[in-house]
Design a protein around this ligand. Sequence first.
Ligand SMILES: C[S@@+](CC[C@H](N)C(=O)[O-])C[C@H]1O[C@@H](n2cnc3c(N)ncnc32)[C@H](O)[C@@H]1O
Length: 286
Amino acid sequence: MSDQYTEAQLAELMEAIYQRYSYDFRDYALSSQRRRLNHALERLLCPDLPTLQQRVLADPQLFEQLLQILTVPVTQMFRDPGFFLALRQQVLPVLKTYPSPRIWVAGCCTGEEALSLAIMLKEEGMLSRCTIDATDINPLALQKAAQGVYALHRMEAYSSNYLAAGGQAQLSDYYTIEHETVRFDQQLLENINFADHSLATDSVFAETQLVCCRNVLIYFNKDLQDRALRLFHDSLSHRGFLGLGSKESLNFSSYAERYEPVAGQEKLYRKRAMLGPRAGNKVMPG
Ligand SMILES: C[S@@+](CC[C@H](N)C(=O)[O-])C[C@H]1O[C@@H](n2cnc3c(N)ncnc32)[C@H](O)[C@@H]1O
């Protein structure tokens, strides 16, 4: 399947999408983009990439369907619980010392990650003075996120994640069951701003003390990863924290030296203290 179109055709499709819809997938990692496109050809019943391109450019609704495939809207509450446990034990005690901490969840998908953070912040008695900016490019995912309503059948897995992440109560304390869905308490959503923001085309919008961007950079090529890491670095305040996904790392990026590991295995980093402009410069004897 992947041999049925050339890299040039793929690039042409992404350029056309960018020109027509302003969604910029031009710097995404080729291998995963190919997987997504192969899936799209099957799902959208297109024989080849030029046909997909022609149809998507002519039909915004079809583009919306393609967007759901290209953006991989897959997530969980308390995904990789060890990460949340490390946040709770090593990051929140520091954030607690700030009067109004601000957290940016980039690539928040349908909101489970931001909601998990809100629950942890509530348990640490910090939620009411925290702001969470949860951003994504997928409008359907953002709409769903703002509702705080999820499938009941997912709660068993989410509950065990929550407990493994150091949860102090029962996850069910935070939602009410409505038929086959659950509705999380509105209070948890009050301090979360869900917003459209692209790491590929937009700039920094706020100063934050913690950025979580997990399972997003893996879909980007090196240049776009660097762009996103620059946004995070510019957004983070002095000694701010950065959390990445389990398959992501700062290694080999131009930002590696700017952070120190807090819980390296959990991909949790902290901005190094900036040295003064002259610090470290030795005055050479004349
Ligand atoms: C696999 S999900 C990860 C969700 C969540 N962070 C997690 O770890 O469970 C990837 C998310 O990144 C979003 N995304 C993809 N490209 C993006 C971009 N350029 N800017 C912001 N978000 C993006 C997708 O829409 C999708 O919701």
